[in-house]
Write a protein of this length. Structure first.
Lengths: 477, 424
């Protein structure tokens, strides 16, 4: 069976923790990650008998911001309800969530498809709900000695965003998540740096076959991996003549595989009904008052018009709030060169080091100094990259970082004019006659080898364009 | 304390103080109201040993007014029953005739007052649980308007119906206790800002009292009906205008009530799994089996029956047939009451259709027990306030006159009840 006969359909349910100061239904602090288990708890989030929920308005305000930013329709009334099921991390044996009357309906997110064309992915709904506690298994899963429960997370506000099944590939899913993350960050309602702050359930099917749900994937990378694995598994099964059964599967982060969940866990009837302890929420007046900041797409368009940079650069730079802010800080040294140095070079170097951008943002002046050195041709591009590397390393060590100018001086990386390298160029041409011969025979790019050798010999202090010109001159062209 | 009626589950007292409107007054608390550092069981084995780390809002208010917290009273397990026989710790006896039940589910509170052990107590009323034992023990009991008293700390049975209510030997004491517990509490999102100053005056003259014909229909004991008619005659004598009214939707009251309250109960009681309180589960079992064992052993028969009924009514395919229909009926009933109370200042009728049953008489047949709530349940569905005040005896046992008021109109029915009490 040819591959194009497999049409992949993906829908996501994305849960993000809203970055409020307190929990959704009580006054307990939501900033629990650094603290001992069961220290951010009270009768309400422990589900003690008689305790009652009181809605944290900030969480609703945050969720409304998201709904507005994602172009949703916001009904007059939203209603909390109970989703009933037993599980040791669920204190009340029900989760307060929203059912038939969620906070927002519809809406859409714009992404690029795998060919780079704009694609609109529609949303089904957005609602707010409480996070359960967390189980900590002692020993391994197969032969655990016992399980501990930490209720610090119990009652943390979550926003659940459900997409229509309109995504066609794991990469699209990843892009949607990135876009969503950026939007939430721009709205200042979500902190992606916090562990477990995003969790995704993915529905995936191959057209004409049953749908499988992959539950509780806790990273962006994990979503892409889980979906990729699942597509391969399903395709192989279909090729072998098997049938896909409608089931829930768990993603094994470490192995990058999915495994079938026990059917007992899936056969839940959640018995939804309205939460009698919380009045219906009326949001229409509220929605009017919510002002939205500039969002990623608007900022991307502004970057293109204001700084005249290319769409790819603009998209990358605005895909992360802090990156966009950093770029705007650096752009005065030259919008184009700054875009290229931030989007093409800095990000790669940071990723390579697994270093957060925040380490650099507090030393933006030194980064600007580096770009100015390159812009004013005091050092070559290649030397600039080397200076950047040394500088980034110095940022990760104790004490004040070494300034780019200082690094240039210490390593002797100041750009020198091509004339001073004439001897080296002549020597390398003499030692390597073949490339010049190839070049004369009309082979394109044959001289790149010579240029590379010269660059190596001059430790990057020479400008490749100058060297090219000099070789041409020596060869009598 | 010589608790010969088994009115108490716990007689620990917390001393009061010398200041406040209840300075030094002993007030007993129904055992479904959380009391800090005092075991609170809802008369259930599943909460045996549970000591709340916090006070219910009403208990905080009582303490602030100097009241002595005078023990925790017996009840039907989780409030599920009308006789206080469904207690895991044995039935409470009716001080007026110890071969009879005191009514329920706040039977311990009513018996403690009727037996002279305490002058005031708190009960809770989900479908009549304050008014029924008040009527059967011959004391006063008030079910406040929904939202007027904070439910924070009241261990929920059916959230959308219940209110904590004052019980006392006379109307003035009931009003005083009510004035302490009424008012807004930000910890209960359904609570409203309607405090009460507690100043009751005997006042009935010129008021219009509606008599719903359904309150004297089939199943109402002739002796009880005669006493209540006599009481209504007394109200007329005192200057009230008596008019006939009808509440046609009342026939839906019991089904709507039992569907909604079992649904809510099935969800509320899910948390009793042995993990954080109550008897410890068996650690060597898978969690699902351990939960099942704890719940099987910990809940009594009536509680299990209501959990199963509610679970069934909420399950896929039945929700629309039961829960949704019950909410629709609730609206119709509330509309009937609102219409009647537009022309009338209050409605009057018997609190209970019968006198207190013999111990064991009602528990044998749950359906008979449910039917006993027919005259109290509609008030909880409508959310309005109602008071039961003693009005003589039938067959040698107390009969309660029920006065039902407009939403947040507690003062009007308290004043009327006081006028009646002083006149007889």
């Amino acid at each position: 069976m040819a591959d194009e006969e497999f049409i992949v359909v993906i829908g996501l349910e994305v849960h993000c923790q809203l970055d409020t100061a307190s929990k959704l239904f009580c006054g307990c602090s939501a900033d629990f990650r650094a603290d001992a288990p069961n220290t951010h708890v009270c009768p309400v989030c422990l589900g003690l008998p008689g305790a009652m929920p009181v809605l944290n308005k900030k969480a609703i305000e945050y969720a409304l911001k998201v709904a507005k930013a994602l172009n949703c329709r916001i009904p007059e009334e939203g209603e909390f309800c109970r989703k009933n099921y037993f599980y040791p991390d669920l204190v009340k044996a029900y989760q307060i969530t929203m059912g038939d009357n969620p906070l927002a309906l519809g809406g859409y997110i714009e992404i690029e498809d795998d060919a780079g064309n704009p694609k609109v992915v529609n949303l089904t709904r957005i609602h707010v709900e409480e996070d359960p506690g967390r189980l900590v298994h002692m020993g391994n899963k197969e032969r655990g000695h016992y399980t501990l429960v930490d209720y610090n997370r119990s009652g943390i506000p979550l926003i659940e965003m459900v997409t229509e099944p309109e995504l066609s590939s794991p990469k699209e899913a990843r892009r949607l998540l990135n876009k969503l993350r950026a939007t939430l960050e721009y709205l200042d309602v979500f902190d992606p740096e916090k562990e477990g702050s995003i969790r995704v359930d993915a529905n995936i099917s191959i057209k004409g076959h049953e749908r499988v749900e992959i539950k509780n994937i806790s990273s962006y990378k994990g979503v892409e991996k889980a979906l990729t694995f699942e597509i391969t598994r399903q395709k192989n099964l279909i090729r072998r003549g098997g049938t896909i059964s409608r089931e829930t599967r768990h993603f094994q982060e470490g192995k990058g595989t999915t495994t079938s969940a026990r059917s007992k866990e899936v056969a839940n009837d959640y018995r939804y009904f309205p939460e009698p302890d919380l009045p219906v929420i009326r949001v229409s007046d509220w929605v009017e008052k919510i002002a939205l900041p500039e969002l990623p797409d608007a900022r991307r368009d502004r970057f293109m018009s204001q700084y005249g940079i290319a769409v790819n650069h603009a998209r990358t730079l605005t895909g992360d709030l802090h990156l966009a802010e950093f770029y705007e800080l650096v752009a005065p040294v030259g919008a184009q060169i700054a875009a290229s140095w931030v989007a093409d070079i800095l990000i790669g170097e940071l990723n390579y080091r697994d270093m957060p951008l925040s380490k650099v943002t507090s030393h933006a002046d030194q980064f600007k100094e580096l770009i100015i050195l390159v812009r004013d041709q005091k050092i070559t591009d290649k030397a600039g990259v080397e200076v950047l590397r040394v500088w980034l390393d110095s940022l990760q060590t104790e004490g004040a970082p070494e300034s780019p100018a200082g690094i240039v001086a210490r390593l002797g990386l100041t750009r020198e004019s091509g004339e001073s390298f004439r001897g080296i160029v002549e020597k390398i041409l003499a030692e390597n006659p073949q490339p010049a011969a190839d070049h004369k025979a009309g082979k394109k790019g044959a001289l790149n080898f010579i240029v590379g050798q010269v660059m190596k010999e001059t430790k990057g202090k020479s400008d490749p364009r100058e060297i090219h010109a000099m070789i041409a001159e020596i060869l009598g062209e | 304390m010589n608790d010969i009626y088994n009115a108490y589950l716990n007689t620990d007292e917390i001393p009061g103080s010398k200041t406040g409107s209840l300075a030094g007054v002993r007030v007993s608390i129904k055992d479904n109201i959380s009391t800090k550092d005092i075991e609170t069981t809802c008369a259930s084995k599943i909460l045996k040993g549970y000591i709340p780390p916090y006070d219910a809002h009403v208990v905080t208010l009582l303490k602030a007014q100097g009241a002595v917290i005078a023990g925790k009273t017996n009840m039907d397990e989780f409030g599920m029953g009308s006789t206080t026989e469904n207690s895991a710790f044995g039935p409470t006896l009716n001080p007026r005739d110890v071969t009879r039940a005191p009514g329920g589910s706040s039977g311990g509170s009513a018996a403690a007052i009727a037996g002279g052990l305490v002058s005031m107590a708190l009960g809770s009323d989900t479908g009549g649980s304050v008014r029924c034992p008040a009527a059967w023990c011959g004391i006063v009991g008030l079910k406040p308007s929904y939202g007027r008293v904070s439910r924070f700390g009241l261990i929920a049975y059916a959230n959308s119906f219940e209110q904590i209510g004052p019980m006392a030997a006379n109307v003035r004491d009931a009003a005083k206790l009510f004035s302490v517990i009424a008012g807004h509490d930000p910890k209960d999102s359904t609570s409203v800002n309607k405090p009460c100053d507690g100043n009751v005056v005997p006042e009935i003259s010129g008021k219009t009292i509606g008599i719903p014909k359904e309150y004297f229909g089939e199943g109402v004991d002739a002796g009880v009906a005669a006493q209540v008619r006599k009481a209504i005659g007394k109200l007329e004598e005192l200057g009230a205008k008596i008019v006939d009214v009808s509440l046609p939707s009342m026939k839906y009251a019991l089904p709507a009530y039992y569907v909604t309250c079992t649904c809510e109960a099935s969800s509320n009681l899910g948390r009793f799994d042995g993990v954080r309180f109550g008897p410890e589960p068996e650690m060597n079992l898978p969690w699902h089996d351990a939960y099942t064992k704890v719940r099987e052993a910990g809940f009594g028969g009536e509680v299990r029956r209501r959990i199963l009924l509610g679970t069934f009514a909420l399950s896929a395919g039945y929700y629309g047939k039961y829960y949704v229909k019950a909410q629709h009926a609730k609206q119709l009933i509330a509309k009937d009451f609102a219409a009647a109370l537009q022309t009338c200042d209050m409605l009057a009728g018997p609190t209970m259709p019968n006198i207190a049953p013999k111990i064991g008489e009602l528990t044998a047949d749950p359906l008979q027990m449910y039917l006993a709530d027919i005259l109290t349940v509609p008030v909880n569905i409508a959310g309005i306030p109602a008071i039961s005040v003693p009005c003589g005896t039938a067959h040698g046992m107390p009969v309660g006159l029920q006065l039902m008021g407009r939403m947040f109109g507690e003062e009007t029915i308290l004043n009327a009840a006081l006028a009646f009490e002083e006149a007889v």
